[in-house]
Design a protein around this ligand. Structure first.
Ligand SMILES: [Zn+2]
Length: 434
């Protein structure tokens, strides 16, 4: 792992010095931890630096976190808003050109996306929770013109609580796609899988275009439903992005997620140490481009597993698997038992399953909510529950509920696996799940 971190070390130090000298918050933050940038001489010194969290940027926004030379109303700055995964929304800014540069570097990972990104007249269809968009797309009376953004993005109409979206609004979204003929779909995979199932039921073939899935990680179910509709094994392309920092990683044509280490210094922290290849840890991000709102060791709350392998696609940026939100791991007696990714791999994508939610209620019980189709056979649900119990062991029981509706989170997103257990948890070596 040393060489992985070594590659970005000099750039990290430059960004650290820049932040310390130009950003009031970072001077205070580092000083109060007794950490001066000059003390960082090796990779092992980075982990001793204090990390930052969303609240730091929120509390000090804008003047405390803006670098010297930038003003809040600066015309070079692009403003964005997080969808509020953890409740509160965060407003942030960055130099528009820097965000674009980060996206351009990341897009090189996948030629189909690279090509569409260089098309300045591209038409994009966006289908995601209304919170994620900049227009009022849940309003059933809005017209296509109301939802067309300046950059050529058509925001498709959908309700905040996805599965309650009316037939009328589904019809309208499908009609608009066919009329607009997008060059790119920019979508939340759970949302778009739902729309794709609706299209299939109506016998509608959606126009061909790359499908970039972001906002939440795709489940195997959603991935397969979308791939099937677009006739390709890797039709769905996962984009790892944050509303604060832009494009962090992209899936290559071989189906591997590469992290954008050209634009970011990305750390994977496991119980306070750097994770070894193949181990899961939490993703910490440092920007590297001396921007308006630099981030140093920003704790994302997202888990990732770095893989120590060369991808046959030829891209040299590291390959990783997104594991889901840390708070949504299945936990037991202060240990992380399984990530949302692990659960998804176990559940897989049986033909009878449209969508699911694995919901940990307390330390010892899980409710497995299944939305099934006509292929479903009664024993399939119980078999799946038994496999899950086996996998998690520790006396955890899994109860199956077959239903037609699963509510979204307050943010409008879906978490395929979520946990109500909030006690602090650790990985601990005994619980490594290969
Ligand atoms: Zn690759």
């Amino acid at each position: 792992m040393e060489s992985y971190y070594q590659a970005g070390f000099e750039k990290f130090k430059k960004e650290l010095n820049y932040s310390y000298e130009k950003v009031p918050f970072f001077k205070k933050h580092l000083d109060s931890a007794g950490a001066h940038p000059s003390a960082v001489r090796a990779i092992s010194d980075i982990i001793k630096l204090p990390f930052t969290e969303k609240q730091h940027y929120r509390k000090n926004f804008p003047l405390g976190v803006l670098a010297q030379g930038y003003k809040p109303n600066d015309r070079r700055l692009t403003r964005s808003q997080s969808s509020g995964t953890t409740g509160e929304r965060l407003v942030t800014v960055e130099v528009g050109m820097l965000l674009l540069n980060r996206a351009v570097k990341c897009a090189r990972i996948n030629p189909a996306i690279d090509k569409v990104m260089s098309n300045y007249a591209k038409k994009t269809c966006r289908y995601a929770a209304p919170n994620c968009s900049d227009v009022e797309c849940a309003n059933p009376n809005s017209t296509m013109e109301d939802r067309l953004l300046l950059d050529g993005t058509l925001v498709l109409p959908v309700y905040h609580d996805l599965l309650t979206t009316s037939e009328e609004l589904i019809d309208r979204a499908l009609e608009e796609i066919c009329e607009y003929k997008p060059d790119l779909y920019y979508i939340d995979p759970t949302h778009f899988a739902f729309l794709v199932r609706q299209a299939k039921a109506r016998g509608i073939q959606l126009p061909e275009a790359p499908v970039m899935a972001t906002y939440t990680g795709p489940t195997l179910c959603a991935r397969n439903q979308i791939n099937e509709a677009f006739g390709g094994r890797h039709a769905l392309i996962e984009l790892l992005a944050s509303s604060e920092m832009g494009w962090l990683g992209l899936e290559c044509p071989q189906g591997h997620l590469h992290l954008n280490t050209d634009s970011f210094f990305l750390e994977v922290i496991r119980d306070g140490h750097y994770a070894e290849p193949g181990q899961t840890g939490e993703l910490y991000i440092t920007s590297l481009d001396n921007g308006a709102l630099p981030h140093i060791r920003y704790k994302t709350g997202d888990a990732v597993r770095l893989l120590d392998k060369q991808c046959p696609c030829g891209n040299r940026m590291p390959v990783a698997e997104m594991q889901g939100r840390m708070m949504n791991f299945i936990k037991h007696k202060n240990r992380y038992l399984a990530s949302p990714y692990d659960i998804d791999q176990l559940i897989g994508s049986p033909q009878w399953l449209d969508q699911y939610q694995c919901h940990q209620i307390d330390e010892n019980s899980i409710v497995l909510k299944l939305m099934v189709n006509v292929e479903f056979e009664p024993e399939a649900g119980d078999q799946l529950a038994a496999r899950l119990e086996d996998f998690l062991s520790n006396g955890i029981t899994v109860k199956v509920e077959k239903l037609n509706y699963i509510a979204t989170e307050r943010s409008g997103k879906f978490h395929a696996t979520k946990s109500d257990v909030t006690t602090p948890a650790f990985f601990g070596e005994a619980n490594e799940i290969a």
